[in-house]
Design a protein around this ligand. Structure first.
Ligand code: AMP
Length: 400
């Protein structure tokens, strides 16, 4: 980060949208920890920190009388924990903008930290409203955006606010930089072979991603629920497996495109099937195109695991987005776990691996493998859009 912050008031947009339990205690502080390098750097360099973030969806979950549920969505919930992470006192302003926010920020000294109230308490936030963004900008001398998870949203605090700072007065934070660098490492000049492993429930969620990947990957492994749309499109029997009938043509087109481009598109050859969508259902292993009626595929089979693993092991760059099955149910998590381990082992042998959003991130974290892969993205939707080749408004706003 090149930005000069000494004796400056630094407005930092972070993603502190952390999960809370019913007592409003933080159950996973990954997002807060991810922002620490940027926050520590600014404090070490003598800046005064004005932190802003959203938390939940207060506009969508208002109380019966139409007012914001402050108790549930206040960013005050993160203050004590942030204070222990930064090892210094943290002040809280019960306003996002307004007289009190102006007063508290103007009183703020170098090395001090102030958290503003949830940006989404203002309905102007998600509209990218200029007036609200200007009020935010007026609180500070410089602006830092480290909220990669919301970079795909053109909101006031992530995008519009940047226009009130010159190029010399704004910067990405370290997290944002890392996310962009790691994604670009896969998208531009990857070491080959480059293999993408795409899973998850639906083809429709990832059409743009699949189409784009075929333009530049060497191997495209498709697992999870979305594979059944491909199997069905090829004339296979998929029983009650999840399938998007309106996407069969698309699946055929994607396979044709892959063939034309010389990309190896690999589907699971066998599956673990179940007679119910339940962890305790009866299980069988069958070829992917021979799933009987009343049965559904919920995981890749043992042969598919090996076939996928062989391709992964010989790759130099790996991109993984989406689980290989319904990994939330332990009996159908084996395929996802197996692939996670192979991705980690291959990374340890020198490959570069990006876990690019989706539930594959949860799988890697649950297995304690986050340190054994090259990079685990913090931005689900944002990373997906970045990989799809879309220009993210939160990134574009910093470049002009
Ligand atoms: P995504 O958020 O796109 O990574 O999708 C993850 C979701 O896909 C998880 O909730 C999985 O349970 C679901 N999923 C993966 N495989 C299957 C399958 N074979 N049948 C139904 N859902 C699946």
């Amino acid at each position: 980060m090149q930005l000069a912050v000494q004796n400056k008031k630094v407005l930092v947009r972070v993603d502190f949208n952390v999960p809370l339990n019913e007592n409003f205690e933080i159950t996973d502080d990954t997002r807060m920890r991810a922002a620490l390098p940027t926050l520590q750097h600014i404090l070490n360099e003598g800046g005064a920190l004005i932190i802003m973030s959203h938390l939940g969806r207060p506009q969508k979950k208002k109380k019966d009388d139409g007012t914001i549920n402050v108790e549930k969505f206040t960013l005050r919930h993160v203050v004590t924990h942030l204070s222990s992470l930064l090892n210094r006192p943290v002040k809280f302003c019960p306003q996002t903008v307004g007289e009190q926010a102006t007063q508290m920020t103007s009183d703020l000294q170098s090395g001090e930290v102030l958290v503003l109230e949830n940006t989404r308490f203002q309905k102007e936030e998600s509209k990218g409203d200029e007036g609200f963004a200007r009020q935010l900008a007026d609180l500070a001398d410089v602006y830092v955006n480290d909220a990669f998870g919301t970079a795909h949203r053109a909101h006031a605090s992530t995008t519009t606010v940047a226009q009130f700072f010159s190029k010399e007065e704004k910067s990405f934070g370290f997290l944002m930089q890392k996310e962009i660098e790691n994604a670009n490492r896969v998208l531009h000049n990857p070491q080959r072979p480059l293999t993408a492993i795409i899973g998850g429930a639906k083809v429709s969620d990832k059409i743009l991603l699949l189409e784009r990947l075929i333009d530049f990957v060497d191997n495209l492994i498709v697992g999870g629920g979305m594979a059944y749309t491909f199997v069905k499109a090829n004339g296979g029997d998929i029983g009650d497996s999840i399938c998007e009938l309106d996407k069969l043509d698309l699946a055929n087109k994607l396979e044709d495109k892959a063939k034309a481009k010389g990309v190896k598109l690999v589907l699971p050859s066998d599956n673990i099937i179940a007679d119910d969508f339940s962890n305790d259902a009866q299980r069988k292993e069958v070829p992917s195109d021979q799933i009987p009626d009343n049965w559904q595929g919920l995981d890749i089979g043992t042969k598919s695991r090996e076939e996928f693993a062989e391709i992964i092991r010989t790759s130099k760059t790996l991109l993984w987005n989406g689980p290989m099955g319904v990994f939330e149910m332990p009996n159908f998590a084996h395929g996802t776990k197996y692939i996670a381990q192979v991705v980690a082992d291959t990374t340890q042998k020198g490959a570069f691996s990006l876990i690019g959003g989706g539930d594959s991130v949860a799988a890697i974290n649950q297995m304690g493998l986050a340190d054994d892969v090259s990079y685990v993205s913090t931005g689900g939707g944002a990373m997906l859009e970045f990989l799809e080749g879309k220009e993210l408004p939160g990134i574009k706003a910093m470049e002009s």
